[in-house]
Design a protein around this ligand. Structure first.
Ligand code: NAD
Ligand code: DAU
Length: 353
């Protein structure tokens, strides 16, 4: 039986990964370390409360004593590191916590694992660091997609903190022979995503009959991947990837933001005709500073080496996502707490909120 430490497993992708692992590797013991920040929610782990093979530990990945104690207490041989501050707009408002959690937190986890795994022979340990395509910077319209060899060129404090973490992970492999792997993934969407991010935010605004803000002209392009495709790729890399390697995971579904939001709201209208014409709520607002224009990932490496491909196309994924949010409007209401409303007010102003 493997014991896996999942960090950030009460957040969006982490919680999807924990549920995915439960189905795919039911015999694995999961230790889920999550600080339960505004983005972490134990409700995302509903159904696992009584499951002895899932233990939720509320704590900080940047706390060396706590992290070391988990390695002494449990025979952890796998780490999947999701925990991070993740929202670009918040990193522009308050970069400090991004440096602390994303860089110092990753360092703390690496150190604890390195010490715990010294001399370990029984089972090959593995450390999967979950990263993002944003570390590569921004593409122009004709540029080829990012490959694993594209030099890092992060543009936001969030992307820079993830790049710093990635480089530390890389250095641990080179210097100590530490069994680390990295995945760089494109924009995820699906159940449990906190509604500060474009898709659930647009949806929750439309459900409330409020403006749906689009930054700039809405021409910026993102490559969208359904979260379950990411989870499948992460498990594959954890089990079969080559230590020291980086793998891009992309949805191969590039869309300008305005087109994406129009599609989302069209599908919403089909599912909820009583909402009228939510497309009319689209409102153009001041652009994000340093807004990356386009992301696209070349995924030939993981396709060739491990046989992974995204399976859920954008329209199907958006339908599944809409169905989940429409069936969980109570979840949406609860996460739209006072602190979240303060953030919205600061980010968008009264005209949108
Ligand atoms: P999220 O913001 O939804 O969740 C982050 C989780 O980390 C939360 O549960 C939070 O409580 C926890 N956390 C934050 N600080 C912590 C700390 N100091 N100690 C322990 N736990 C802490 O994020 P997400 O969108 O699920 O992203 C997960 C990972 O995937 C991140 O590393 C992110 O950079 C990466 N990623 C995200 C995307 C995306 O589109 N969302 C794409 C590529 C990569
Ligand atoms: O590319 C992977 C990254 O995707 C992850 O590493 C990040 O954690 C994740 O937050 C996401 O970053 P983005 O900045 O691309 O995602 P976001 O949902 O914030 O924005 C998507 C696009 O939509 C981006 O071009 C900005 C735009 N946008 C966003 C919001 C919240 C709007 O036009 N209006 C909005 O209100």
């Amino acid at each position: 039986m493997s014991v896996v430490l999942v960090t950030g497993g009460a957040g969006f992708i982490g919680a999807n990964f924990v549920h995915f692992l439960r189905r795919q590797r039911p015999e694995w013991q999961i230790i889920n370390l999550d600080l339960l920040t505004y983005a972490g929610n134990p409700e995302n782990l509903a159904g696992l409360e009584e499951d002895p093979r899932h233990i939720l530990v509320q704590g900080d990945v940047a706390d060396p004593a706590l992290v070391a104690s988990l390695f002494s207490r449990y025979p952890i041989t796998r780490v999947v590191h999701f925990a991070a501050e993740t929202h670009v707009d918040r990193s522009i408002m308050d970069p400090g916590v991004f440096v602390r959690t994303n860089v110092l937190g990753t360092y703390t986890l690496l150190e604890a694992a390195r010490h715990a795994w010294q001399g370990l022979k029984a089972e090959e340990p593995r450390f999967l660091h979950i990263s993002t395509d944003e570390v590569y910077g921004s593409l122009g319209p004709q540029d080829p997609a990012f490959t694993e060899k594209t030099p890092y060129s992060p543009n936001s404090p969030y992307a820079a903190s993830k790049a710093g973490a990635d480089l530390l992970v890389r250095s641990y492999f080179r210097t100590y022979g530490f069994p680390a792997l990295i995945t760089n993934c494109s924009n995820n969407y699906g159940p449990y995503q906190f509604p500060e991010k474009l898709i659930p935010f647009a949806l929750s605004q439309a459900l409330a009959g409020k403006p749906v803000p689009i930054y700039g002209a809405g021409t910026n392009i993102r490559d969208w991947i359904y979260v379950e495709d990411h989870c499948r790729g992460a498990l594959l890399v954890l089990e079969q990837g080559r230590p020291g390697e980086t793998y891009n995971l992309g949805g191969r579904q590039e869309k300008p933001n305005l087109e994406l939001v129009r599609l989302l709201l069209k599908l919403l209208r089909e599912m909820r005709p009583e909402l009228g014409h939510p497309e009319e709520l689209i409102t153009f607002v001041t652009d994000r500073p340093g807004h990356d224009w386009r992301y696209a990932l070349n995924t030939a490496k993981i396709e060739g080496e491990l046989g992974w491909r995204p399976q859920v196309d954008l329209e199907e994924g958006l339908r599944r996502t809409l169905s989940w949010y429409l069936g969980h409007q109570d979840w949406l209401e609860r996460v739209r707490s006072g602190a979240y409303r303060d953030y919205l007010q600061r980010q968008y102003g009264a005209a949108v909120v």
